[in-house]
Every structure is written in C-alpha cells, then in structure tokens.
Design a protein around this ligand. Structure first.
Ligand code: FES
Ligand SMILES: [Fe+2]
Length: 387
C-alpha cells in the first residue's frame, strides 16, 4: 500500500463528486479558463509564462565540457554555461557587455571566460576583470548578469528568477536517482509547444486512445485527486477488459487485476510546481516500478517551444543482468510513446496558434485543477525577457 506523506494536508474531494464537475461553458464555446491572478489580470493558460523563480535544468552535465562554453536558453534569456578548469560550472548572460556577441563563442581561460572578439574577460560572477587594451589606470567596464548555478542528478540547473526569491526556491529532490536499484534514462528533447500542454498530457491518462497501438484497449480509472497551494496530484489504476497484455508491459511487472480497497496497481502523477512526477507501483510492491521526474523549460520568449528534461527511472528486476536485456525494449517503448505524445501536443499548439486563444473545452477535473495551478503559479509572459 502506498501512502503519499503529504496527502494528509491535501484537499481530497470524493472521487464521485470530482468526476461530476463540468466546465460551465456550453459545448462549442471557447473556454479560456481565465484565472484572476493576484494582480487582477485574467490569464490565458497558453499565454502564461513559467515562473522563473525556481531551479531549472538547462543542460545535461555531459554536454558542458571543460573549455567549451555552451549556450542555452530560458524563455528567451540567452545563457552561457561554462565548466572552468577548476571549480563548479557557472552561468552568465550569453552576451558580451561590449558589443553583444554571444559569449558561447568565447574562450575559457582557467576560471575565466574571454570574449572571442576584443577579449573582454569575465569571471564566474559576471564581472569584467580584464580588457586587454584598456589603460590599467582606467576603471573596468560593467560586466554581465550571472545566474545561480548547480550541478545535480546529471543535469546543470540555473535559477533565472528574481535574486530576492532565491532562498525560497527549493532545489528539486529526486530520491530514486541515488538508488542503485534504478536504471536511469534521460529525456532531453525539444518539443514545439507551450509547457502547459506537456503537464496536461502526462497528467491526463484518459488519452490512452492515442497510444492504442502499443497499449491496446487499456483503460485508466481516476481514483483520487488531491491538491495544495503549489501542487496537484492524481491517482489512477488501469484495466484491460479483453485480449492479451503486451509482452513489453512486463518491464514494469505483470499487470494485476484490481481487488477491493487500495490493493491494485497504482499510478500517481503529481505536478509540484514547476516539476512533474509519475510513479507507478505494481500491486503489493513497496517501491515504484517506474519513477519519472520531468520539467519543461520554455526556450523562446513566447514560450511556444519547450525543452523537456526528464529522468525515467526503471526499477531493476531481481534477476541479475535482466535489466540489460530489458533496456532496449524500454528505450524503444518510451520513444514510441513520446513520439505519439509529441505529435498530439504539437498539434494542440498549432490549433492554439491558429485560434489565437485557448479554446479548450476541458472536462477532466484533475486537468481543470492543474490548469488553475499553472496559471496561479505562473508569471506574465514578459517576465524574464532579456534587457
Ligand atoms: S564584443 Fe566582446 S570584447 Fe568586444
Ligand atoms: Fe501519452
């Protein structure tokens, strides 16, 4: 039996009441689900920016090598990551304070980054510490912004938000990452849609029809929805009325028929702003067979493209070496599912772009709660723009 430790504080609507909720708008009417932000501005979810006041991965550790700066982006803010000769990775604005060319084309010199053009040199705080042709008696020019930066879980995280909020930003915890019983697959993909479509896609297990080729006629049943100020969580179980179970499902153990009470296969999907997790337990197992941790980083200012970073952690079977045999199947399976999801969410973004506003007629109560959360925790789209 799985208990989520913070469920005690959760708002727990009875499942029957929750599933009876319906949006007020009539069929065919655009539903904006506008939520009044604390400043009184109604927001369209697809025009809501991701709050920059959190820690976000912007690259995988292995992509940031010594001596080779790497340019990344958070919601249109260009950032350069530098792994110096000594010491931790640091992150600066990806522009030279002199003539604005990207610092990612610069040269790493020890613990410093030197612009490729006139050689202005910056330290890890963004201060300009040398201009090769400047008279030593003259004051050095102003440098560039630096971002708090941390390396963890095989990822490089930056905090792109208001420096005053840094102490309040909780660094994400991913316990299964350090557990040798799990093998990890990294997700590192650019997807052409607003981050909110990604949250909705994963939390709404009612879209199994999309995956019918692999999942066959599997049905998700929502068991419970819980929420707090900064999170929404939903439990599902699954059934397949007819036919055989595909062999690849046994990667996460054999599907069990549900019994009375809570003894059944259980999937819990949680958006704890801004991160999202999915855990799946086979009936009677204490540890999740599958443990996902995802976050969707807006790339462009309009936030119509996201970079999905994730850790897919698969629990190793007790038979030694079996995970090696299973792994190619797991990779193939997850690629196939992700491809189908990408196809759907990019079509959703295209529909939004054509319509100019969010016309979604959402009916699933967990997704309605999720949308409110993403709007309430979000930021105006202009936040975080360069300059
Ligand atoms: S543009 Fe960078 S030093 Fe001149
Ligand atoms: Fe999906």
């Amino acid at each position: 039996m799985i208990m989520n430790t913070d469920s005690a504080n959760a708002i727990k609507p009875p499942v029957s009441a929750a599933t009876e909720q319906r949006p007020e708008a009539s069929r065919g009417t655009p539903v904006h689900l506008a939520v009044h932000h604390q400043r009184g501005t109604p927001r369209d979810i697809r025009k809501t920016g991701l709050s920059p006041d959190h820690w976000y991965p912007v690259a995988r550790s292995e992509q940031v090598v010594k001596g080779k700066p790497r340019g990344v982006s958070f919601a249109g803010q260009p950032i350069v990551l530098v792994r110096p000769e000594q010491g931790p990775v640091f992150a600066l604005e990806n522009r030279c304070a002199h003539r604005q060319i990207p610092l990612e084309v610069g040269v790493v010199r020890g613990e410093l980054l030197q612009c490729a053009y006139h050689g202005w040199t910056y330290d890890s705080t963004g201060a300009c510490v040398n201009v090769p042709y400047l008279d030593k008696t003259k004051a050095l020019p102003k440098g560039v912004r630096s971002y708090p930066c941390r390396e963890a879980y095989g990822l490089i995280f930056v905090y792109p938000g208001d420096p005053a909020g840094l102490n309040k930003a909780r660094f994400p915890e991913i316990p299964s990452h350090g557990d040798a019983q799990y093998k990890i697959r990294y997700l590192d993909r650019r997807v052409g849609c607003h981050y909110s479509f990604m949250h909705e896609n994963l939390m709404d297990m009612n879209h199994q029809f999309l995956h019918r080729r692999l999942m066959r006629a599997i049905k998700a049943r929502c068991l419970d929805i819980r929420s707090g100020d900064t999170w929404v969580e939903v439990d599902y179980t699954f059934s397949r009325e007819t036919g055989w179970d595909p062999f690849y499902e046994t990667m996460i153990g054999k599907r069990q028929a549900p019994t009375e009470g809570r003894e059944r296969d259980l999937m819990t999907i949680r958006t704890e702003y801004p991160y999202q997790t999915l855990k799946f337990w086979r009936m009677g197992n204490e540890h999740p067979a599958l443990d996902l941790w995802n976050v969707y980083i807006p790339v462009d200012r309009e936030q119509r493209i996201n970079h999905t970073f994730g850790l897919m952690m698969l629990r190793k079977p007790s038979t030694p070496g079996l995970i090696k045999l299973m792994w190619p199947v797991f990779v193939w399976f997850t690629n196939f599912i992700f491809k189908e999801d990408r196809w759907a969410v990019e079509l959703e973004q295209a529909a939004f772009d054509a319509q100019g506003a969010d016309w979604n007629n959402e009916i699933a109560p967990q997704i309605l709660q999720l949308r409110r959360l993403l709007i309430q925790q979000g930021a105006p789209l202009t936040t975080g723009q360069a300059g």
